[in-house]
Ligand binder design. Structure first.
Ligand code: NAP
Ligand code: MG
Length: 481
């Protein structure tokens, strides 16, 4: 390692794996990359320097038709294949992902801005784990649904966001294929490259043509997919606003819909909690993936008697976080995914100032080029503040206090969302009482942001409908009779 000390006061350790990126990508339809019918392309950038990485195709109505037709054509053959055979393909995809994990991690970081340590140690291993996990279910559907006749639904239209691009693709594709469905997937505009690389992997695995189709494009392409009469099921992960529009669009059709939407989770720290451990959990809860996490612990609720001491520890810890080059293995906080997202975050920080909040940001340097936001901790806001109520989707933590367990539960539940939450206490009975009282799909006790393919994930209230992960993740993709 070089003994050069950067502007940030540490020795940089840049990732050296070179990943080739083509100048342009076509659409993955029918097992091959094809040119978009309208000959339209749009750029994807590296958010760490604002430079264009590549151009990807904008799928037109004709292209969406082609992709859906290809998935429809492939459906009969795929659904009639014995589960054991479908499982073999999924295992093969999982192994190829493992073999190419370094390349995928670097590409994910380049296209999306997340620290390489996260894409390398969390995202990509979980991607492979999801394919392995659902490969295991493919020939055991009669055990997942005993005494029932299990059939696949048909063509699944799947739309995913930019925060965990390849992981969200895995969450969607793996259970759909295990249950015998075929797929048309649309990744987000700012992070299409790893999904397209997955197209290459799928072709290499020899998956029958058309079982998975990957089409790039903007919101309009997503809308065309949702409205397409050949699509039998929509699985969407993204904002609550778009989720509601999709639900409305599907209401007049027979399409089944699952939605994984936004969140504004409370991370609750009781006075009896191991505070140093809680500080690590708070930091991980809100600064993991720059806070671009639907289940982020974006509201910290602290028992009043330990507020001062906890805040002192938290400010100290936040000041040690390294913000900078996402390809550097030391980096804790990478780049903000897009310029648009950065302006949204900045808007909320200025709103917090207007609402009378006290804003803490450590005195760290951030790079000149690209899109960056320092870790931000805001105190002194009321429960009705928009910064406390609305999802910011950035490295911004709103801190409030409480005096009793009931007040903590009340405040935690006072949100239209219900995706996740955390509780920190030395007392097991308190952890169980609070986690049960909070209306959220995923609750963590003395930890945060832990994921496993076998455990279900999804929201209450405006955080969504349906579950992904575990045996529950198969439900949206089967017709039971
Ligand atoms: P978004 O704007 O809703 O976009 C999500 C996806 O939908 C993108 O592929 C987007 O395409 C597409 N899209 C946009 N408008 C559409 C329309 N009218 N019809 C069909 N598709 C459309 O969300 P985002 O900003 O990418 O992601 C952030 C949001 O996702 C946050 O609210 C976060 O909480 C949520 N999220 C939830 C979960 C969960 O599991 N609950 C997980 C991750 C993220 P473009 O990229 O081209 O706009
Ligand atoms: Mg990008």
């Amino acid at each position: 390692m070089s003994d050069f000390i950067s502007d940030f006061g540490y020795s940089p350790a840049p990732e050296r794996t070179k990943v080739a990126v083509k100048e342009r990508y076509g659409l993955f339809i029918g097992g091959d990359f094809v040119l978009p019918s309208g000959d339209k392309y749009f750029p994807t950038y590296n958010p760490a320097n604002g430079e264009k990485l590549s151009e990807v195709s904008e799928a037109s109505e004709e292209d969406v038709d082609r992709a859906v037709a290809s998935a429809k054509d492939a459906f009969e053959g795929w659904s009639l294949l014995p589960g054991r055979e479908r499982g073999k393909y999924l295992f093969r995809i999982a192994r190829l992902i493992q073999e190419r994990s370094r390349e995928l991690a670097v590409l994910e970081t380049m296209d999306g801005g997340k620290p390489i340590r996260e894409s390398r140690d969390i995202d990509i291993p979980l991607v492979a784990a999801h394919f392995f996990y659902y490969a295991g279910w493919a020939d055991k559907l009669e055990y997942a649904f005993p005494m029932r006749k299990v059939s696949p639904i048909g063509v699944a239209g799947q739309i995913i966001p930019w925060n965990f691009p390849l992981l969200m693709a895995a969450w969607k594709i793996a259970p759909a294929l295990a249950a015998g469905n075929t797929v048309v997937l649309k990744p987000a505009e700012t992070t299409p490259l790893t999904a397209l690389r997955l197209g290459e992997i799928i072709a290499e695995a020899g998956l029958p043509n058309g079982v998975v189709n990957i089409i790039t494009g903007g919101g309009r392409t997503g809308e065309l997919l949702v409205k397409h009469p050949g699509v039998d099921k929509i699985a969407f992960t993204g904002s609550t606003e778009v989720g509601k529009a999709i639900r409305r669009a599907a209401a007049d059709t027979g399409k089944k819909v699952t939605l994984e939407l936004g969140g504004k989770a409370a991370n609750i720290v009781f006075a009896d909690a191991p505070l140093d451990q809680a500080v690590e959990g708070i930091v991980n809860g809100i600064f993991f993936n720059q806070g671009h996490v639907c289940c982020a612990g974006s509201r910290l609720l602290v028992e009043e008697s330990v507020f001062e001491v906890l805040m002192r520890k938290l400010r100290h810890r936040v000041s040690t976080l390294i913000v900078g080059d996402p390809l550097d293995k030391n980096t804790d906080i990478g780049a903000i995914n897009s310029e648009e997202q950065l302006s949204k975050i900045k808007y909320y920080i200025s709103l917090a100032e207007e609402e009378g909040g006290e804003i803490f940001q450590p005195d760290v340097a951030i790079p000149q080029r690209g899109w960056w936001c320092k870790p931000t901790v805001i105190t002194g806001l009321s429960q009705s503040s928009r910064v406390v109520q609305e999802e910011i989707f950035g490295p911004v933590l709103a801190v409030q206090t409480f005096r009793t367990i009931d007040e903590a539960i009340l405040k935690a539940n006072n949100t239209p969302y219900g995706l996740s939450g955390g509780v920190w206490s030395d007392k097991g009975s308190k952890v169980f009482r609070v986690t049960q009282a909070i209306k959220a799909g995923v609750m963590w006790g003395n930890t945060y942001n832990k994921f496993d393919p076998a455990s279900p994930f999804g929201g209450y209230k405006e955080s969504g409908i349906g579950r992904e992960g575990g045996v529950f993740g198969l439900y949206p993709y089967v017709q039971l009779s």
